[in-house]
Design a protein around this ligand. Sequence first.
Ligand SMILES: *Cc1c(COP(=O)(O)O)cnc(C)c1O
Length: 396
Amino acid sequence: MSRVGLREWLAIAPVIASGRLSRYGNGDGGPLTRFETAFSESFDVKHVLTTSSGTGALIAALVAAGIGPGDEVLVPAYTWIATAAAPLAVGAVPVLVEIDQTLTIDPADILRKITPNTRAIIPVHMANMVCDMDSIMRIAREHGLLVIEDACQAVGLSYKGRRAGTIGDIGAFSFNQFKNISIGEGGAIVTNDDHFFARARMYHDIGSVFRGHLDNANEPLLPGINMKASQIQGAMLNVQLKKLDPMVRRMRRRYDALSRILEDGGELHVGPHNDRANAAGLHVIFDSEEEAKSFAARNSRGVYRLHDSSRHVYTFWQPILEQRAIHPKMNPFAWAERKIDYSPNACPRSLDILKRTCRIGLGENYPLPLMQYFARKMARQNAAPERNLVPTPGIS
Ligand SMILES: *Cc1c(COP(=O)(O)O)cnc(C)c1O
């Protein structure tokens, strides 16, 4: 996470002084347009649209792609609940897919979950760990499916030289408080497709009906909602974007250093990564649940067992598991072509992995030697836990 501080504060002051806080109707494009241009160059993607949240970005992406009632959308069993809720917002239903040891959607299980009703896959780059995009794109092309990348938790990360979020048909990012670009709330959609972009932009701004200046790629006007970002968000985003790549480089260096210490000195099993040369998310996998629990307990701050972050595990997504609808007649589950299974045992392999896996914070805002010191301590303790009963202070 990039810290928010003085530079963001200074950047929003002139926006407030100008009184031009909203997205449209202020003459030139302002900070939001400057951000979108810079983001599009840096990420090598044609269109960027800032939104008020990552959840909104996912919903607008599904609308843009024409996903709706009767459609099934494949989502991983381990992600923030918004990934699974987004299809419901457009009338489609999420279908749960297992993750593998990379903590991302398992391509082999995607194949098992495809039905004649499947329209799209939402691979999620979880906690800065990228998905197996080569396999996912191949499966999608073979089965005529769209790929909407949820890169909310991996802003700035790369998969084989391309930015996560720009590989599928549409990508969604989040800029909320806990993400790599952090402005409190915010998000973005990216795509190289003119029609998807036009539809997403119209949907994100109901007022686009009256804004003749926008080029809509000959797409008919859509009734939308409002999930526009403000120019204050734009001003903060311009500062945060400059901090992004240096921060990812700090994470990369810490990943390399820490994973080496844990593997060599601590006999710990660092989890596999779909692109280890670009890895910036560190997790260790144990043989048993008990070992993972005791490792997390010994190393309190900065280390936690994934299953304990219940919010990200499908078994805790109550409104979805119970197939609730916002209105009895607006019920995506009634429009689905078949009964969808969300039993607690829908994805047993994911639960097994999450119970045996701990995530280790990379401490990207702390000095590297300090993080190496903590990693060595963690490694020593793991190699000989009985000689080290005093808990380490931990990292964050
Ligand atoms: C944060 C997040 C979202 C949603 O982002 P918001 O900006 O909070 O709406 C979606 N998917 C994943 C995986 C996330 O981590």
